[in-house]
Design a protein around this ligand. Structure first.
Ligand SMILES: CC(C)(COP(=O)(O)OP(=O)(O)OC[C@H]1O[C@@H](n2cnc3c(N)ncnc32)[C@H](O)[C@@H]1OP(=O)(O)O)[C@@H](O)C(=O)NCCC(=O)NCCS
Length: 245
């Protein structure tokens, strides 16, 4: 398969192609992060050069990946708390005129029929090349471990240490980064915080939450905390910081 890389804003992609690409990507509640809602417009406008598509020989997008530039001193303790804070740091850094030196890879998705063939690695490599060209010397990723949804009760600090007999991580998405030479830096226990009314959470999850308490939800990497008296559900998504060399 002949593949090429293009900026996502290079052309208007047909809706049905984008629908297919993202059809098995993320749960509906992923977009309930207020901080992301506040900053994503400026992210899209200002950092479009770090938003890429992998396109096949029929001009169909088969993978996508994007990131933001931040200033980071290379110390684990000064990393953003996770994905949302990375967006905030990128936008506010640019507003202050701070020179960025680090790419934060924020997400990647591969079209369902082509998963498991290394396309994610291709889009990650393209993002790394783009970062290098832009003078971003460090690359970090708040990884959303895809297998964590099967272990929502396990603390992220334990999950990130789980490995196979060959020494590679148990989680397949962590393994993709490891194959590209990335190492685990730290847990990001509250990388994103999604909030909503109880009825919204019931719609997003297809479940009913009759009383206050913690609930395991479909595709949730941890539990949803429901407070019926406040009509509120809060889900703090754990990620894992990895660094590419
Ligand atoms: C996570 C994702 C980007 C990985 O893309 P990919 O191109 O399939 O990645 P790889 O080819 O490197 O495969 C990674 C591992 O996943 C395994 N895998 C996971 N789902 C698979 C599937 N449906 N078919 C085949 N292999 C799959 C592969 O076997 C491989 O394991 P290995 O280390 O034993 O070889 C892709 O599964 C995806 O789009 N998921 C939905 C969005 C998402 O969760 N993105 C990550 C968070 S931003």
């Amino acid at each position: 398969m002949a593949l090429k890389i293009e900026r996502t804003d290079a052309r208007a992609w047909p809706d049905e192609q984008l629908k297919e690409l993202f059809s098995e990507g993320f749960p509906e509640f992923i977009s309930a992060d207020r901080l992301v809602k506040e900053y994503i417009g400026r992210v899209r406008e200002w950092f479009a050069c770090l938003d890429l598509m992998l396109v096949d020989e029929h001009e169909v997008p088969v993978a996508a990946g994007w990131g933001v530039p931040i200033h980071w001193d290379g110390l684990t303790g000064t990393l953003p708390t996770g994905y949302s804070q990375a967006l905030v740091r990128a936008v506010e850094g640019r507003e202050r005129g701070t020179e960025a030196n680090t790419l934060v890879i924020c997400g990647a998705v591969v079209t369902p029929s082509l998963k498991g063939r290394g396309l994610a690695g291709e889009i990650l490599k393209a993002l790394r090349r783009t970062a290098e060209e832009a003078g971003l010397v460090r690359i970090v990723v708040p990884v959303r471990p895809t297998m964590k949804a099967q272990y929502p009760l396990t603390p992220i600090e334990s999950f990130m240490r789980w490995s196979r007999e060959d020494g590679m991580a148990l989680d397949p998405w962590i393994r993709t980064h490891q194959r590209l030479g990335a190492e685990i830096l730290a847990a990001a226990p509250a990388s994103q915080t999604m909030t909503g009314r109880v009825a919204e959470w019931e719609r997003w999850t297809g479940m009913v939450f009759p009383e206050s308490g913690d609930y395991v939800i479909p595709q949730g990497l941890t539990v949803l905390r429901v407070d019926r008296s406040a009509d509120r559900g809060v889900y703090s998504e754990p990620n894992i910081w990895m660094r590419h060399n």
